[in-house]
Design a protein around this ligand. Structure first.
Ligand code: KIV
Length: 261
Protein backbone atom coordinates (compact mmCIF):
# COMPACT_ATOMS: atom_id res chain seq x y z
CA UNK A 1 0.00 0.00 0.00
CA UNK A 2 1.12 3.61 -0.58
CA UNK A 3 2.42 5.59 2.40
CA UNK A 4 -0.79 7.62 2.63
CA UNK A 5 -3.95 5.68 1.82
CA UNK A 6 -6.55 7.49 -0.29
CA UNK A 7 -10.18 6.75 -1.18
CA UNK A 8 -9.22 5.67 -4.74
CA UNK A 9 -6.62 3.31 -3.21
CA UNK A 10 -9.30 1.73 -0.99
CA UNK A 11 -11.57 1.36 -4.02
CA UNK A 12 -8.75 -0.28 -6.01
CA UNK A 13 -8.17 -2.88 -3.26
CA UNK A 14 -11.28 -4.75 -4.33
CA UNK A 15 -10.03 -5.28 -7.91
CA UNK A 16 -6.70 -6.48 -6.46
CA UNK A 17 -8.52 -8.95 -4.20
CA UNK A 18 -7.02 -7.41 -1.04
CA UNK A 19 -9.30 -7.32 2.03
CA UNK A 20 -9.87 -3.83 3.47
CA UNK A 21 -9.23 -3.53 7.21
CA UNK A 22 -11.31 -0.81 8.87
CA UNK A 23 -11.69 0.10 12.54
CA UNK A 24 -13.13 3.04 14.43
CA UNK A 25 -11.16 5.54 16.53
CA UNK A 26 -12.28 8.64 18.37
CA UNK A 27 -9.15 10.43 19.54
CA UNK A 28 -5.44 10.91 18.84
CA UNK A 29 -4.31 7.96 20.99
CA UNK A 30 -6.67 5.36 19.50
CA UNK A 31 -6.10 6.80 16.02
CA UNK A 32 -2.32 6.44 16.39
CA UNK A 33 -2.67 2.87 17.75
CA UNK A 34 -4.93 1.79 14.85
CA UNK A 35 -2.57 3.48 12.39
CA UNK A 36 0.50 1.81 13.92
CA UNK A 37 -1.27 -1.56 13.61
CA UNK A 38 -1.68 -0.98 9.86
CA UNK A 39 -5.45 -0.43 9.51
CA UNK A 40 -6.31 0.72 5.97
CA UNK A 41 -9.26 2.91 6.94
CA UNK A 42 -9.95 4.55 10.30
CA UNK A 43 -13.53 5.66 10.89
CA UNK A 44 -14.43 8.38 13.36
CA UNK A 45 -17.81 6.72 13.78
CA UNK A 46 -20.84 8.29 15.38
CA UNK A 47 -20.51 5.21 17.60
CA UNK A 48 -18.48 7.74 19.62
CA UNK A 49 -21.94 8.30 21.14
CA UNK A 50 -22.26 4.71 22.42
CA UNK A 51 -18.59 4.38 23.39
CA UNK A 52 -16.81 7.54 24.56
CA UNK A 53 -19.94 9.55 25.38
CA UNK A 54 -21.97 6.78 27.04
CA UNK A 55 -25.24 7.37 25.15
CA UNK A 56 -27.60 4.46 24.42
CA UNK A 57 -27.68 5.28 20.69
CA UNK A 58 -25.92 7.45 18.11
CA UNK A 59 -28.90 9.78 17.77
CA UNK A 60 -27.78 12.52 20.21
CA UNK A 61 -24.35 12.92 18.54
CA UNK A 62 -23.98 16.40 17.03
CA UNK A 63 -21.94 17.64 14.08
CA UNK A 64 -19.93 19.75 16.55
CA UNK A 65 -19.00 16.59 18.50
CA UNK A 66 -18.02 14.78 15.27
CA UNK A 67 -15.84 17.74 14.26
CA UNK A 68 -14.18 17.71 17.71
CA UNK A 69 -13.41 13.96 17.62
CA UNK A 70 -12.33 14.07 13.95
CA UNK A 71 -9.85 16.86 14.71
CA UNK A 72 -8.45 14.87 17.65
CA UNK A 73 -8.18 11.60 15.68
CA UNK A 74 -6.46 13.41 12.80
CA UNK A 75 -3.54 14.17 15.14
CA UNK A 76 -2.79 10.47 15.52
CA UNK A 77 -3.47 9.14 12.00
CA UNK A 78 -0.66 9.49 9.48
CA UNK A 79 -1.19 6.64 6.97
CA UNK A 80 -4.73 5.23 7.01
CA UNK A 81 -7.63 6.86 5.20
CA UNK A 82 -9.52 8.92 7.80
CA UNK A 83 -13.31 8.83 7.30
CA UNK A 84 -15.79 10.71 9.52
CA UNK A 85 -19.48 9.93 10.03
CA UNK A 86 -22.13 12.50 9.21
CA UNK A 87 -24.24 12.36 12.39
CA UNK A 88 -28.03 12.12 12.62
CA UNK A 89 -29.63 15.41 11.56
CA UNK A 90 -26.63 16.73 9.60
CA UNK A 91 -27.61 15.55 6.08
CA UNK A 92 -31.26 14.43 5.96
CA UNK A 93 -32.92 17.87 5.47
CA UNK A 94 -31.36 18.99 2.20
CA UNK A 95 -28.52 18.43 -0.21
CA UNK A 96 -27.05 21.80 0.84
CA UNK A 97 -27.04 20.77 4.49
CA UNK A 98 -25.27 17.50 3.57
CA UNK A 99 -22.55 19.28 1.57
CA UNK A 100 -22.01 21.94 4.28
CA UNK A 101 -21.70 19.30 7.04
CA UNK A 102 -19.28 17.25 4.92
CA UNK A 103 -17.12 20.32 4.31
CA UNK A 104 -16.89 20.89 8.09
CA UNK A 105 -15.67 17.31 8.66
CA UNK A 106 -13.08 17.66 5.87
CA UNK A 107 -11.85 20.94 7.38
CA UNK A 108 -11.44 19.05 10.69
CA UNK A 109 -9.11 16.57 8.97
CA UNK A 110 -11.27 13.80 7.48
CA UNK A 111 -10.45 12.68 3.94
CA UNK A 112 -13.92 11.24 3.28
CA UNK A 113 -17.34 11.10 4.95
CA UNK A 114 -19.83 8.30 5.60
CA UNK A 115 -23.61 8.58 5.67
CA UNK A 116 -26.43 6.10 6.24
CA UNK A 117 -29.10 5.18 3.69
CA UNK A 118 -29.75 5.83 0.01
CA UNK A 119 -29.53 9.63 0.11
CA UNK A 120 -28.62 9.54 -3.55
CA UNK A 121 -28.80 13.28 -4.31
CA UNK A 122 -26.80 14.15 -1.22
CA UNK A 123 -24.13 11.53 -2.03
CA UNK A 124 -23.82 12.82 -5.61
CA UNK A 125 -23.56 16.44 -4.46
CA UNK A 126 -20.92 15.67 -1.82
CA UNK A 127 -18.91 13.72 -4.41
CA UNK A 128 -19.30 16.66 -6.83
CA UNK A 129 -17.80 18.90 -4.14
CA UNK A 130 -14.67 16.72 -4.25
CA UNK A 131 -15.37 14.71 -1.10
CA UNK A 132 -15.29 10.90 -1.28
CA UNK A 133 -18.36 9.26 0.27
CA UNK A 134 -18.71 5.89 1.96
CA UNK A 135 -22.27 4.50 2.00
CA UNK A 136 -23.91 2.44 4.77
CA UNK A 137 -26.95 0.16 4.40
CA UNK A 138 -28.61 -2.66 6.32
CA UNK A 139 -28.96 -1.97 10.05
CA UNK A 140 -28.31 1.76 9.96
CA UNK A 141 -28.24 2.77 13.65
CA UNK A 142 -29.54 6.30 13.02
CA UNK A 143 -32.85 4.65 11.96
CA UNK A 144 -33.10 2.53 15.14
CA UNK A 145 -36.52 3.97 15.98
CA UNK A 146 -37.92 3.11 12.54
CA UNK A 147 -36.51 -0.43 12.81
CA UNK A 148 -37.95 -0.88 16.32
CA UNK A 149 -34.56 -1.80 17.79
CA UNK A 150 -31.07 -2.94 16.84
CA UNK A 151 -31.87 -6.04 14.82
CA UNK A 152 -30.68 -7.89 11.74
CA UNK A 153 -32.13 -6.35 8.54
CA UNK A 154 -32.78 -7.79 5.08
CA UNK A 155 -33.97 -11.24 6.12
CA UNK A 156 -35.95 -13.18 3.48
CA UNK A 157 -37.91 -11.04 1.02
CA UNK A 158 -36.64 -7.84 2.69
CA UNK A 159 -33.22 -8.57 1.15
CA UNK A 160 -34.11 -7.17 -2.27
CA UNK A 161 -34.73 -3.68 -0.83
CA UNK A 162 -31.24 -3.69 0.74
CA UNK A 163 -29.70 -4.79 -2.59
CA UNK A 164 -31.55 -1.96 -4.37
CA UNK A 165 -30.35 0.61 -1.80
CA UNK A 166 -26.75 -0.58 -2.13
CA UNK A 167 -26.92 -0.29 -5.94
CA UNK A 168 -28.30 3.26 -5.65
CA UNK A 169 -25.51 4.23 -3.26
CA UNK A 170 -22.90 2.91 -5.70
CA UNK A 171 -24.58 4.62 -8.67
CA UNK A 172 -24.52 7.93 -6.75
CA UNK A 173 -20.72 7.81 -6.62
CA UNK A 174 -19.77 6.21 -3.28
CA UNK A 175 -16.24 4.71 -3.21
CA UNK A 176 -17.21 1.93 -0.77
CA UNK A 177 -20.17 0.83 1.33
CA UNK A 178 -20.68 -0.53 4.85
CA UNK A 179 -23.09 -3.49 5.17
CA UNK A 180 -24.24 -3.74 8.79
CA UNK A 181 -26.12 -6.60 10.49
CA UNK A 182 -27.50 -8.42 7.45
CA UNK A 183 -27.45 -12.14 6.63
CA UNK A 184 -24.07 -13.30 5.27
CA UNK A 185 -25.70 -14.65 2.12
CA UNK A 186 -27.33 -11.29 1.37
CA UNK A 187 -23.98 -9.52 1.91
CA UNK A 188 -22.38 -11.95 -0.57
CA UNK A 189 -25.12 -11.19 -3.10
CA UNK A 190 -24.68 -7.43 -2.67
CA UNK A 191 -20.92 -7.81 -3.05
CA UNK A 192 -21.50 -9.65 -6.34
CA UNK A 193 -23.84 -6.90 -7.60
CA UNK A 194 -21.42 -4.04 -6.85
CA UNK A 195 -17.95 -3.12 -8.06
CA UNK A 196 -17.01 -0.94 -5.05
CA UNK A 197 -15.64 -2.61 -1.87
CA UNK A 198 -18.30 -3.82 0.59
CA UNK A 199 -17.22 -3.42 4.21
CA UNK A 200 -19.07 -5.75 6.57
CA UNK A 201 -19.94 -5.56 10.25
CA UNK A 202 -22.13 -8.47 11.26
CA UNK A 203 -22.45 -9.30 7.55
CA UNK A 204 -20.36 -12.45 7.20
CA UNK A 205 -17.03 -13.15 5.55
CA UNK A 206 -17.85 -12.59 1.87
CA UNK A 207 -17.48 -8.80 2.04
CA UNK A 208 -14.46 -7.02 0.53
CA UNK A 209 -13.39 -5.91 4.00
CA UNK A 210 -14.51 -5.66 7.62
CA UNK A 211 -15.08 -2.82 10.08
CA UNK A 212 -15.25 -3.13 13.85
CA UNK A 213 -15.76 -0.71 16.72
CA UNK A 214 -12.38 -0.39 18.44
CA UNK A 215 -13.91 -0.70 21.96
CA UNK A 216 -15.25 -4.16 20.92
CA UNK A 217 -11.88 -5.26 19.48
CA UNK A 218 -10.13 -4.16 22.69
CA UNK A 219 -12.68 -5.91 24.92
CA UNK A 220 -13.84 -2.75 26.66
CA UNK A 221 -17.48 -3.82 26.46
CA UNK A 222 -18.56 -6.04 29.32
CA UNK A 223 -21.26 -7.64 27.15
CA UNK A 224 -19.57 -8.73 23.87
CA UNK A 225 -21.83 -8.49 20.81
CA UNK A 226 -22.43 -11.55 18.59
CA UNK A 227 -20.80 -9.86 15.59
CA UNK A 228 -17.72 -8.72 17.52
CA UNK A 229 -14.67 -10.59 18.81
CA UNK A 230 -12.58 -9.15 21.65
CA UNK A 231 -8.86 -9.53 20.85
CA UNK A 232 -7.85 -8.17 24.29
CA UNK A 233 -9.41 -8.42 27.75
CA UNK A 234 -9.35 -4.64 27.86
CA UNK A 235 -11.98 -4.15 30.56
CA UNK A 236 -10.44 -6.64 33.01
CA UNK A 237 -6.85 -5.57 32.26
CA UNK A 238 -7.62 -1.89 32.87
CA UNK A 239 -9.61 -2.52 36.05
CA UNK A 240 -6.83 -4.71 37.42
CA UNK A 241 -4.13 -2.12 36.55
CA UNK A 242 -6.11 0.62 38.35
CA UNK A 243 -6.69 -1.71 41.33
CA UNK A 244 -2.94 -2.37 41.53
CA UNK A 245 -2.20 1.37 41.39
CA UNK A 246 -4.82 2.03 44.10
CA UNK A 247 -3.35 -0.66 46.36
CA UNK A 248 0.16 0.77 45.98
CA UNK A 249 -1.04 4.31 46.77
CA UNK A 250 -2.85 2.99 49.85
CA UNK A 251 0.10 0.94 51.15
CA UNK A 252 2.65 3.65 50.29
CA UNK A 253 4.68 1.66 47.72
CA UNK A 254 3.84 4.19 44.98
CA UNK A 255 5.52 6.53 44.36
CA UNK A 256 8.89 4.95 45.17
CA UNK A 257 12.25 6.75 45.06
CA UNK A 258 12.40 5.81 41.35
CA UNK A 259 9.34 7.96 40.67
CA UNK A 260 10.47 10.85 42.87
CA UNK A 261 12.74 13.88 42.23
O1 KIV B 1 -20.32 4.56 13.86
C1 KIV B 1 -19.75 3.50 13.59
O2 KIV B 1 -18.89 3.02 14.32
C2 KIV B 1 -20.12 2.83 12.36
C3 KIV B 1 -19.55 1.48 12.12
C4 KIV B 1 -20.14 0.49 13.02
C5 KIV B 1 -19.66 1.08 10.70
O3 KIV B 1 -20.88 3.34 11.59
Amino acid sequence: MPDIITAPAIRAMRAKGVKVVCITAYDAVLGALADAAGADLILVGDSVGNTVLGYSSTLPVSLEQMVHHTRATRQGVKHALLVADLPFGSYQSSVGQAVDASVELIKAGAQAVKLEGAYTEAIAAIVRAGIPVMGHVGMTPQSVNAFGGFRVQGKGDAGSAVIEEAKQVEASGAFSIVLELIPAQLAAQITDHLSIPTIGIGAGSHCSGQVQVIYDVLGLNQKPLKHAKPYLSGHDSIVSAIKEYSAEVRDGTFPSDKHSF
